[in-house]
Design a protein around this ligand. Structure first.
Ligand SMILES: Cc1cc2nc3c(=O)[nH]c(=O)nc-3n(C[C@H](O)[C@H](O)[C@H](O)COP(=O)(O)OP(=O)(O)OC[C@H]3O[C@@H](n4cnc5c(N)ncnc54)[C@H](O)[C@@H]3O)c2cc1C
Length: 379
C-alpha cells in the first residue's frame, strides 16, 4: 500500500491550511460573538473551489476525490470547525442531487451549490424525531403539477443562508413513504428566522425551519417520479458521506487540541521547569498523538473507499464513532494540560471542547453508529 500523497493533494492541504490560518482565524472571535457564518468568508471560499472539491467538473465541481475533500475539511476544522461543518452540510445537499437527482436537477442545482453561489441544507430532524427518521411528520401532498409541503424541521444547518434545501417529507400519496423534495429557501411559506441558541459551533448557522403551504414544482422530488418513496435510502446514503465529513472535522479539532497542548506544555512552568517535563503531561500528549494519527488514517481510508465507489455506510459509521471519540478525548486532555487557563475563553481549547461535542450527536448519535458498525458483522 502506498501512503504517500500526490502533489495535488499536498497542494490542496497547503491551500486550505494557509486559508484557514490567514483568513478564517482573524474572524473567529467575531463569528463566535455574532453567531453567524461570515459572508465575506463564503465569497473567498467560493473562489478557492471549497464547495465543489469532490464533485465532477461537468456539474461545476473541481473534479478531485474525497481524499482531497477530507484533507481540506480537516485543515479548515483545525482552525475553526464551524466552517468545516458549514461546507460539509452543503455537500449533503449537493450529494443528494448528484447521487439521486435527475439529469435536469443536476444541471439546474449543482453548478450553484458547487460554486458556493447557493448554500445547501439537508432537513430530516423534527421536533418529535431525530434518530427515528421514519417517524417524520412533514407532509408533502401533490396538487396537480406542484407539491404542497407543510411541517417543521428543527436544528437545520445553513437554513438561514440563501440557496436550496433537501427536505425529507412523508409522501401522502405513497402511504407516507419518504420523498425528498428540493425547496428553494426563498419559496413563499419557507421561514428560518430564529437561530438555535447552542453550546458551540457558533460560526455554523443552525435554525428551525417552518414550511407552511410551501409550493414547489412537482419535478422537484429528488429523482423525479422514480425517486418518490426513496427518501430513506437517500438519507442513509448521504448521511454516510456526511459522517465522513464529520470525521475529518474531528481529526482537525483533535490535531488542534494536540498542537495547542504541545505549545502550552513547553512554555508553562511549574516547580521551575516546563510542565512538558512531567511524565503525566507526556503521557497525555503521547496518547493523543497516536489517536489523532489513527483517526486520520481511518478517515482517509474511508474517503479513499468512497472515491473508489464503495458503499461506505458501515465504514463511515465506525470512522465517525472513533474519530469523534478521539476528538472528545483530545479536547479533554488538552484542557487538562492547560489547567485553569484551558477553562477560559483566552485559549482555543475551550472552544474545541464545546465544538467537539456536536460530532458525537449530529447526523446520527454515536449510539446508532455503534449499532450500524456492528450490523455489518452480525448479519
Ligand atoms: C448544531 C446542530 C446542527 C444540526 N444540523 C442538522 C441538519 O442540518 N439537518 C438535520 O436534519 N438535523 C440536524 N441536526 C439534528 C441532529 O442530526 C439530531 O439532533 C440527531 O440526529 C439526533 O436526534 P435527536 O436530537 O432527536 O436525538 P434522539 O433521537 O431524541 O436521541 C436522544 C438519545 O437517545 C438515544 N437513542 C435514540 N435513538 C436510539 C437508538 N435507536 N438506539 C440507541 N439509542 C438511541 C441516544 O442516547 C440519543 O443520544 C443538528 C443538530 C445540532 C445540535
Amino acid at each position: 500500500m502506498d501512503f504517500s500523497y500526490s502533489e495535488r493533494q499536498l497542494k490542496f492541504r497547503e491551500t486550505a491550511r494557509e486559508f484557514a490560518e490567514n483568513e478564517i482565524a482573524p474572524l473567529i472571535r467575531q463569528m463566535e460573538e455574532k453567531r453567524r457564518t461570515d459572508r465575506d468568508l463564503i465569497s473567498k471560499m467560493k473562489s478557492l473551489g471549497f464547495y465543489g472539491i469532490q464533485y465532477p467538473e461537468e456539474y461545476g465541481g473541481v473534479g478531485s476525490s474525497y481524499l482531497e475533500y477530507v484533507m481540506v475539511l480537516e485543515e479548515l476544522s483545525r482552525v475553526y470547525c464551524s466552517i468545516g461543518g458549514h461546507i460539509s452540510v452543503n455537500s449533503l445537499c449537493a450529494g443528494t442531487i448528484l447521487d439521486f437527482g435527475t439529469e435536469e436537477q443536476k444541471r439546474r442545482y449543482l453548478p450553484e451549490l458547487l460554486a458556493g453561489d447557493a448554500i445547501g441544507s439537508f432537513a430530516f430532524t423534527e421536533p418529535d424525531t431525530g434518530s427515528d427518521a421514519r417517524a417524520i411528520r412533514t407532509a408533502a401532498v401533490r396538487d396537480g403539477d406542484e407539491w404542497v409541503i407543510n411541517g417543521e424541521k428543527i436544528f437545520i444547518t445553513n437554513s438561514t443562508l440563501p440557496g436550496c434545501i433537501a427536505v425529507f417529507c412523508k409522501d401522502v400519496e405513497k402511504d407516507g413513504k419518504i420523498t425528498t423534495i428540493i425547496v428553494p429557501k426563498n419559496a413563499p411559506g419557507y421561514s428560518a428566522q430564529k437561530l438555535v441558541s447552542k453550546m458551540g459551533m457558533h460560526g455554523m448557522e443552525v435554525a428551525d425551519v417552518v414550511l407552511e403551504n410551501v409550493r414547489v414544482p412537482y419535478e422537484n422530488a429528488v429523482g423525479g417520479e422514480e425517486g418518490r418513496g426513496r427518501g430513506f435510502e437517500i438519507l442513509t446514503t448521504e448521511i454516510a458521506i456526511g459522517k465522513l465529513g464529520i470525521s475529518a472535522q474531528c481529526v482537525g479539532m483533535a490535531q488542534a487540541a494536540l498542537d495547542a497542548s504541545i505549545s502550552y506544555a513547553k512554555q508553562r512552568e511549574q516547580q521551575g521547569k516546563p510542565i512538558a517535563k512531567f511524565q503525566t503531561i507526556q503521557w497525555l500528549i503521547g496518547e493523543m498523538s497516536g489517536e489523532v494519527e489513527a483517526a486520520r488514517y481511518l478517515t482517509y481510508a474511508t474517503a479513499h473507499a468512497k472515491s473508489k465507489g464503495k458503499n461506505i455506510v458501515f465504514d463511515s459509521a465506525r470512522t465517525r464513532l472513533f474519530a469523534s471519540q478521539v476528538a472528545h478525548r483530545a479536547a479533554s486532555s488538552a484542557m487538562q494540560i492547560h489547567g485553569a487557563f484551558g477553562y477560559t475563553t483566552e485559549y482555543n481549547v475551550e472552544r474545541i471542547f464545546r465544538d467537539m461535542k456536536l460530532a458525537e450527536i449530529y447526523e446520527g448519535v454515536n449510539e446508532i453508529q455503534r449499532v450500524i458498525a456492528a450490523a455489518e458483522l452480525l448479519r
